[in-house]
Design a protein around this ligand. Sequence first.
Ligand SMILES: Nc1ncnc2c1ncn2[C@@H]1O[C@H](COP(=O)(O)OP(=O)(O)OP(=O)(O)O)[C@@H](O)[C@H]1O
Ligand SMILES: [Mg+2]
Length: 333
Amino acid sequence: MAILDLIGSSPKFRAVLTDVERVAPVDSAVLIQGETGTGKEVIARAIHEASPRRNHRFVALNCAAIPSALLESELFGHERGAFTGACTQTKGRFQLADGGTLFLDEIGDMPLELQPKLLRALQEQEFERLGSAQTVRVNVRVVAATNQDLAELVTKKLFRIDLFYRLNVIPIFLPPLRERVQDIPLLTEFFVAKFAARLNKSIELVPDEVMAVLKAHDWPGNIRELQNFIERAVLFSPGSVLRLPLDLKQTVKQDPESGLRTLADADREHILETLNQTNWLIGGQDGAANRLGLPRTTLIYKMRKLGIETRRSVAARRIRPLANEACYAAASC
Ligand SMILES: Nc1ncnc2c1ncn2[C@@H]1O[C@H](COP(=O)(O)OP(=O)(O)OP(=O)(O)O)[C@@H](O)[C@H]1O
Ligand SMILES: [Mg+2]
């Protein structure tokens, strides 16, 4: 499978990638479930890219974004004159996805009255355009996604049980980010490199304490929230060391200072940035002490007091340029 931007090495994420490999070659329907921002759409694309259908289209339809009155025509198409405003014959998403994959996002929002027609299209691979008696035959693999509890919708009679079983042939569950904290450093590195390149900035280091804050956060918006946050952090970092915007710090559970930046914070960041510029050389003409206008011993004393190791900590994340995609190869499957 082509390497998509799928980052993660935690056991839970690896299990998802194994599922992707397993389901890609077959044509069975897949139902991807997971909280918002966990990567349901990227996993759906990964399944398509890893499947024999990869040279045909991946067509996505967000069932929640289309008014229910228009959804039938979006899915199955319509004939000219089928309804007011239907000026030309139009193909629906099922037909556009012929030979490829149709991704039905937010499937929990599919109106009940449309569900029997969808079920038939899934089972028989045939349907009629609105306003037409002619049957259209297709060859489409359906991948659906939802962040709702579909089984519960079935219990509440808001979702047909037969359609649920038809879609849920292969279920894939995407764990929330808080259950795969181990992926946060890799994802952070990836997003820092991505946004630094895009914003034309040079961020070379994510200090340990910044990473600790990121790992302690709950991330209710999951990977999307982390991504947006890193974009903002890259934008507001003045030098080559990633800094946390204050408002984010305030949202972090374990922040002891309730978001208030202390002098020690500022000192630590300034020293770390200078050390990074000198490649962690402390003494001598080109060393950090000289740049900071401090005697070498004073700088070492300050570093110890601020909890900065006198050699680059192995845990501090050096950011590699994005071009070096191989380091994210955990994503390849
Ligand atoms: N494993 C991953 N590696 C890198 N980026 C990822 C990963 N998973 C998700 N993303 C990124 O996170 C963002 C959210 O992913 P996606 O849109 O697939 O989530 P979703 O589960 O469909 O969210 P929603 O339920 O809100 O529609 C996207 O920008 C996507 O590129
Ligand atoms: Mg989505």
